[in-house]
Design a protein around this ligand. Sequence first.
Ligand code: AQP
Length: 332
Amino acid sequence: MGRIFSGIQPTSNLTLGNYLGAIKNWVTMQSEHDSIFCVVDMHAITVPQEPEALRKATYEALATYIACGIDPKKSTLFVQSHVPQHAELAWYLNCATPMGWLNRMTQFKDKAGKNRDSVMTGLYTYPVLMAADILIYHATHVPVGEDQKQHVELCRDIAISFNQRFEREVFTVPQPIMPKQGARIKSLRDGTKKMSKSDPSDMSRINLTDDADTIAKKIRKATSDADVLPSEVKGLESRPEAENLVTIYAALAETTMDKVLGEFAGQGFGVFKPALANLAVEKLAPITKRTQELLSDKGEIEAVMRQGRDKLIPMANKTLDDVKQAMGFVTL
Ligand code: AQP
């Protein structure tokens, strides 16, 4: 049994992409692994956040984890800024990570776009903080969507080079784990872009707080095409929107795309979209309802946050001691 670590930024409401790419996998894995799940608020501030919105989204994210099936009795749940040791380790790792490695990170290029000189430094060094999040707990596996795979690979490189430089196994080298279905859910408006919390168009995503009518409306209005569905996955090539909707159906139904096409081959979106909307509402409505129930008692959510923080601080301190010892700091 290994240890898994993963997190989501409370930049806004969590989306269907976060659920299918990450949380759904966490729920399955928590029974077999020592599991730590974090609301990564310090990552969220790498782009500007309204303070009240950040606080609200942090409570919502933790409530959503529980509503999706993460059990605080099986898994450790916490908020990143409650364990400030992550930030301290990130500094040591910043001093052990070549800039050339960060220059290759595609997420920075996507998010900074043409504004490379005006975005905050934290957006550039974000992957180093993510490496600290993972390495501080000696996680062996990191369940993420495809967009985060490159950051986990960077984390591996940092761990390997640190261990070599200081000639001891200070860090465990983790592996990324991605779901078979749903590793990259695309925008409902543009099948070439990923579904993202921060997309300016709310119609581009399904939020885990959307009610049944909103979910059905967003699926009805999702971009698709005029062709019927093919009988094999190969037939979805060059049809990114159609491929995305079939992927979402398969991931929600916990089946394969081939089986979905077996059922809907020859049918148009006039038939497929209502079926997908029904399935999405059936799977997501209980999550939304439970999230709202949990949010009505912030004390309970804070108790889970405290329990996670109190369990993790000693573990984090132990890793920091090892790192400082290896690097040559005077420890008292
Ligand atoms: N569209 C997606 N498909 C599959 N997995 C996804 N994830 C995010 N979007 C998709 C996975 O969710 C986890 C948490 O990601 P995050 O929200 O912390 O950061 P992100 O990857 O940058 O996601 P967003 O929605 O695009 O956030 P913003 O808009 O705040 O930048 C990760 O495991 C990620 O792979």
